[in-house]
Design a protein around this ligand. Structure first.
Ligand code: AMP
Length: 369
């Protein structure tokens, strides 16, 4: 059985690595033969928006999936005429636009921050008046890892933010003074089975995930999050892994965004759960029985941003695992991650501190502060 993956980033690479033991084969579509996935699978070189390249990929595989969210939905719809595409184009379309995404959340009774559509400088003024400050101005499309957004604190911040972002459709969100950020990673197959991992607690720096703790140190509203995700999945006839990132405040969940794919906050599942999110994504898109999502212990996953630590120093630590995506170093770029599994929260706190010290040292002066 051959799987096509649009985008050969680290997510695609980890999907392929999870699928090889099951006898699956992988072909990627990507612009670069240096991409992380290209190092572990066949590659068709081309742009995601190149209909010929997509058609070629679709002809070669039994099912198509993607590891990036900026795949043109029209091209995906066309490919879906030849081969199953999972997750389906409709939910990707909603996830690509923060306004549609908020509407999809609202349709399923999922709370979000208050927001206003912003298409002009006047809209921005009116939105700030309605929502107050602080607030967050975001590009509706193609923003990730904190890119394409500005935090507004003072009225004098508006002009600069408009100058920086105003060339594209925007959304203004009320600032959520959250207690913490959590995410739910879940999976569904076309037969309608679902499975959910325990909520992970995620800490971001400059909009980029620094580390995740899973299961989250203090139990969050797991059942509520699962009910919300199941409802979304059912209405889209979803197949594969879906992630929803939330703010948690006073025990309530406020959805920030969703990703119709495997997610950085689920990387801990490789060593920290009975079945990884990557294997479960494959089981989901192939309509196979889903794997056990139970955690094996208390996992800490730390991203390596802009620099990789020495492997020998990391793997000398007991039950600590080193993942290097094979990418060229650039400041703040996700190059790899480290995962530690411990028996209890105290042990996990200790190893988290140690791993953060190790990655910050490797990142040198590229890290913030
Ligand atoms: P995003 O690109 O939407 O995932 O945002 C990146 C990070 O910015 C989030 O993980 C939060 O830490 C922060 N953030 C985004 N939106 C808001 C908001 N409305 N209120 C408070 N913090 C936010």
């Amino acid at each position: 059985m051959s799987i096509g993956i649009i985008g050969a980033g680290q997510l695609g690479r980890m999907i392929a690595l999870a699928g090889y033991p099951m006898g699956l084969k992988f072909t990627f579509l990507d612009r670069s033969d240096q991409a992380p996935g290209a190092q572990v699978g066949n590659i068709i070189l081309g742009d995601f928006s190149n209909a010929d390249a997509l058609a070629k990929l679709a002809r070669e595989v039994s099912v198509l999936t993607y590891d990036v969210e900026n795949v043109p939905v029209e091209a995906l719809r066309e490919a879906a005429g030849d081969v199953p595409v999972h997750p389906g184009p409709a939910i990707l379309e909603a996830a690509q636009d923060r306004l549609d995404e908020k509407q999809a959340f609202a349709d399923h009774g999922i709370a979000t921050a208050p927001y206003r559509r912003v298409d002009s400088r006047e809209d921005l003024g009116a939105a700030v008046k309605a929502l107050g400050l602080p607030a967050v101005l975001k590009r509706r499309r193609l923003g990730y890892d904190g890119r394409g957004q500005r935090f507004l604190h003072e009225p004098s911040d508006l002009d600069e933010a408009w100058e920086a972002l105003g060339d594209a459709p925007l959304i203004l969100e009320g600032f959520v003074d959250f207690d913490r950020e959590v995410s739910l990673v879940g999976v569904r197959n076309p037969s309608g089975d679902t499975a959910f991992y325990p909520l992970s607690e995620n800490v971001h720096e400059d909009g980029i995930l620094r580390y995740s703790l899973a299961p989250a140190p203090k139990n969050g509203p797991q059942t509520k999050a699962e009910d919300q995700m199941r409802s979304l999945m059912e209405s889209y006839g979803y197949a594969g892994v879906l992630t929803i990132e939330y703010f948690e405040k006073d025990g309530e969940l406020i959805a920030n965004e969703m990703a119709p794919r495997v997610h950085n906050s689920g990387h801990w599942t490789i060593e920290g759960a009975a079945t990884s999110q990557f294997e479960n994504h494959l089981r989901g898109i192939l309509d196979l029985p889903l794997g056990d999502t139970r955690p094996r212990g208390r996992a800490a996953m730390v991203n390596c941003l802009g620099g990789m630590p020495e492997m020998s120093e990391v793997i000398a630590l007991p039950d600590v695992h080193y993942h290097d995506y094979g990418k060229a170093a650039r400041p703040r770029r996700k190059l790899g991650h480290l995962t530690a599994i411990r028996e209890n929260d105290a042990g996990r706190s200790d190893i988290l501190e140690q791993l953060l010290e190790i990655v910050r040292r490797a990142e040198g002066d590229q890290g913030p502060g």
